[in-house]
Design a protein around this ligand. Structure first.
Ligand SMILES: Cc1cc2nc3c(=O)[nH]c(=O)nc-3n(C[C@H](O)[C@H](O)[C@H](O)COP(=O)(O)OP(=O)(O)OC[C@H]3O[C@@H](n4cnc5c(N)ncnc54)[C@H](O)[C@@H]3O)c2cc1C
Length: 290
């Protein structure tokens, strides 16, 4: 356990103040023990994945911040099943999505290319129902979670929506079982590479960012609205509405969480004034802001 640990290095925006305590949980037993303590002592806690969809306030996060590792990073391909037209994998919550996608493509998992290039952990991707034209939830067969009041891993049944799920706020995803139709590995790999290239060409990945800031409103694109509202290139401190992709805010160096949050609020106000559309945040904003 580390005390007063700055969270900026753990977020893709590279901003965010300290966690009172940062705990690396490497086994389900260890997480269960600390969750029990949190429940008994009524301690606040927060589950940090890879921090690729998070804006953490400059004042940091109170209580315990968990990161998962060790046994949570295991990926098991269920090759012992009779060979058929499906491929299954059990994936620990801290496993990284990107290398998993590469391996899944090599096994011909149809649909995995839709998740290509999305940074983050499987646990975070499950919480967010991450995806593009297809989303992680489509491939989920079962999910094991741990909670302060039921700390040992147990199954839950979930509903999946656009960039969120019915997962309870106090549930930590421990493991996810995924199922894919089995297709031609060459074709799946080619689709994955094509999508990775498109991301490189269209997203400002040379700067720290956390992907799309706002969800797309029904039938429209947040990026189009922000661009047409004239917000591209707006700056606040070290943060900028990307001139390359209007729905990205980037950290040009030295941005604070307050800079990013201020830009978010300005963009939202301008889009509302111009189009009478209320943009909803896709990114999770957590912790203490002045
Ligand atoms: C360049 C870039 C491109 C992106 N493109 C896409 C895209 O195309 N599609 C898309 O959907 N997203 C995209 N994202 C956003 C982000 O990568 C996803 O939302 C990702 O799934 C978040 O995972 P994470 O592990 O980083 O979660 P974090 O950012 O750490 O956390 C996100 C939320 O999930 C919760 N969480 C994390 N782990 C767990 C767990 N084990 N159990 C319970 N809750 C948990 C956190 O508490 C938090 O509320 C992009 C981000 C970047 C930086």
């Amino acid at each position: 356990m580390a005390f007063d640990r700055p969270l900026a290095p753990y977020t893709s925006y590279r901003v965010g103040g300290p966690a009172d305590a940062l705990v690396n949980a490497t086994s389900t037993a260890m997480l269960a023990a600390v969750l029990r303590i949190c429940a008994r002592a009524e301690l606040p806690w927060f589950m940090l994945g890879s921090g690729s969809n998070l804006l953490v306030g400059d004042g940091g996060l109170r209580g315990i911040v968990f990161r998962l590792g060790g046994e949570y990073s295991a990926v098991t391909w269920c090759d012992d099943e009779p060979r058929g037209d499906m491929v299954r994998a059990e994936v620990g919550a801290s496993a990284s999505l990107a290398p998993f996608c590469g391996k899944a493509a090599g096994r011909g998992c149809v649909g995995i290319a839709s998740l290509a290039g999305i940074p983050g952990s499987i646990g975070g991707a499950l919480r967010m129902n991450a995806g593009t034209d297809r989303e992680l939830g489509e491939f989920v067969e079962s999910v094991l979670v741990q909670t302060p009041h039921r700390p040992d891993p147990h199954p839950v049944s979930l509903q999946y929506f656009y960039r969120h799920t019915s997962l309870a706020r106090d549930a930590v995803v421990a493991k996810v079982r995924l199922r894919f139709e089995c297709g031609d590995p060459g074709a799946v790999r080619a689709d994955l590479q094509r999508r990775l290239k498109r991301r490189k060409d269209t997203q400002p990945i040379q700067w720290p960012n956390a992907g799309s800031v706002f969800r797309n409103p029904p039938g429209d694109k947040a990026g189009r609205l922000i661009e047409e509202a004239g917000c591209k290139g707006w700056r606040c401190g070290g943060a900028e509405v990307s001139p390359q992709h209007a729905n990205f805010i980037v950290n040009l160096g030295g941005a604070s969480a307050a800079d990013v949050a201020t830009l978010m609020a300005r963009v939202r106000r301008r889009v509302h004034e111009r189009f009478d559309v209320d943009l909803l945040l896709e990114q999770h904003v957590v912790g203490v802001f002045d």
